[in-house]
Design a protein around this ligand. Structure first.
Ligand SMILES: Cc1cc2nc3c(=O)[nH]c(=O)nc-3n(C[C@H](O)[C@H](O)[C@H](O)COP(=O)(O)OP(=O)(O)OC[C@H]3O[C@@H](n4cnc5c(N)ncnc54)[C@H](O)[C@@H]3O)c2cc1C
Length: 414
């Protein structure tokens, strides 16, 4: 095998999603000889994502998103709960930017290359050889041919179904802790409101539906559901055709792209380190678990993994890798922990069998939209069987108490 692939790589990054590209750029900037690989022929394609990120996270991470990777910008999010109550939030977290991930992911990988990493699409990690609980050798299949590399550190940024974890016989989180997602990118019949719409309702189950604008007349319309047994395609067809708001805007014969994938649920697990392998992004469950937002958390935690890997290589000491947990906590710990706590509160509300399915979706939606504090769930429970107008008054009072920038309305399309 000729060319650059034979080099003595110090850091091997498996997977060129946001986590892997963030990791490879940081590792190369830290002076490590870094190889970033992805089995895809084209980095960023196919997309398995709603493509939306919180505008406040972009600011917090001081991320420069190239304009060509931005599909649209939203100044609010609407939560439509049990098809009865609508909460419109203008809180910083609920202002959002929709990315064109095919462009975004490729540009992130290009930035890693500009930082000095070698980037190879169409290159799959095929197997790992372990010695003393550490990876001693990795076999890659590069454009159909085998290449052997012996990195000092491996960063596993290979997604929700991490092949590195499988090869190391690890399960970092239970395999059923996964939301199954399905989405159509569609053209709308008329102009869409300039906000993301999130639907919690018995027709969806434990999870939520969404309309994520990608322009005035284009959007990702999808569902993420925990414990979904039926086929993804029939589930979205049934839901999109039956939901009054979705069917008002979209015809099921205007579909530009079908996207599907799984999103890990566990939320914050620290920065998993095993031997000389750092896990990052979805492979490590580093998502804001209450909504499944993973693009920017994965990228930021990946950067942390890359910087720690480079520091270990520089110091010739794998002991330095133990800083990874601390690094992730410094970068994103607060957000990841908040996301995990909200997810636990939502799962708690959903498992309350004294409530009807409609009431459960109302309660989960109030927690998710942060209209109530999670510890108010008990107090609010008694109001859930009120008529919509009275319930809206109670929710409004709660929002005022929280001083949240949000409003409440009653929907009458039932
Ligand atoms: C339906 C759905 C909707 C979502 N919507 C949103 C959203 O709107 N906003 C948001 O922030 N997050 C969303 N997410 C989550 C988001 O997509 C992920 O959190 C994010 O992509 C994680 O980035 P990553 O780099 O860790 O992994 P990935 O983006 O999954 O990248 C992993 C890469 O590893 C590569 N790979 C895997 N195995 C190998 C191997 N053996 N050799 C070489 N390469 C390999 C894959 O090809 C892939 O490119 C959604 C997820 C789903 C499923």
């Amino acid at each position: 095998m000729g060319g650059k692939m034979d080099k003595d790589w110090e850091v091997l990054v498996v997977g060129a999603g946001p986590a892997g590209s963030g990791a490879a750029a940081a590792a190369a900037e830290g002076g490590a000889k870094t190889l970033l690989i992805d089995r895809k022929k084209e980095i960023g394609t196919p997309v398995q994502c709603g493509e939306v990120v919180g505008a406040s996270l972009i600011r917090q991470l001081k991320l420069r998103v190239p304009p060509q990777a931005i599909a649209s910008v939203q100044d609010h999010t609407r939560f439509i709960l049990d098809r009865r109550i609508m909460i419109t939030s203008r809180e910083p977290y609920w202002k959002s930017v929709t990315l064109e991930r095919k462009i975004f992911d490729k540009l992130l990988a290009a930035r890693a290359a500009e930082a000095g990493a070698s980037v190879q699409a169409d290159t799959r990690l095929a197997s790992l050889e372990m010695k003393d609980d550490k990876v001693s050798m990795a076999t890659l299949v590069h454009r159909g041919e085998e290449v052997v590399v012996r990195p000092k550190v491996v960063i596993a940024a290979d997604g929700a179904h991490s092949s590195v974890a499988k090869m190391m016989d690890l399960s970092l989180y239970p395999s059923d802790a996964m939301a199954r997602g399905i989405e159509f990118e569609m053209v709308a019949k008329s102009k869409l409101p300039p906000g993301m719409q999130i639907f919690l309702e018995p027709e969806v189950g434990l999870g939520y539906g969404w309309i994520i604008p990608k322009g005035p007349r284009r959007a990702n319309v999808g569902l993420g559901v925990i414990g979904l047994d039926e086929s993804r395609r029939s589930t979205i067809l049934e839901w999109a055709g039956g939901n009054p708001i979705v069917s008002k805007y979209f015809d099921l014969d205007q579909v530009l792209e079908v996207k599907s994938g799984d999103a890990p649920l566990p939320g914050f697990l620290g920065g998993p380190l095993r031997g000389n392998v750092l896990f990052a992004g979805d492979a490590a469950g580093q998502t804001l678990a209450f909504v499944g937002e993973g693009i920017l958390p994965s990228f930021a935690c990946g950067q942390g993994a890359g910087a720690v890997a480079a520091a270990a290589v520089r110091a010739r000491s794998l002991k330095k890798l133990e800083c990874y947990d601390r690094a992730v906590k410094d970068i994103m710990g607060e957000e990841l922990e908040r996301g995990g706590a909200l997810k636990d509160a939502i799962l708690g509300a959903w498992s309350d069998e004294t409530l009807t399915e409609g009431q459960r979706t109302l309660l989960c939606g109030l927690i998710m939209s942060e209209s109530i504090f999670p510890d108010q769930a008990e107090e609010v429970r008694q109001f859930l069987d009120l008529p919509a107008a009275s319930l809206a008054r109670v929710v409004r009072a709660g929002i005022q108490k929280r001083k949240a920038r949000a409003s409440v309305a009653v929907l009458r399309h039932r």
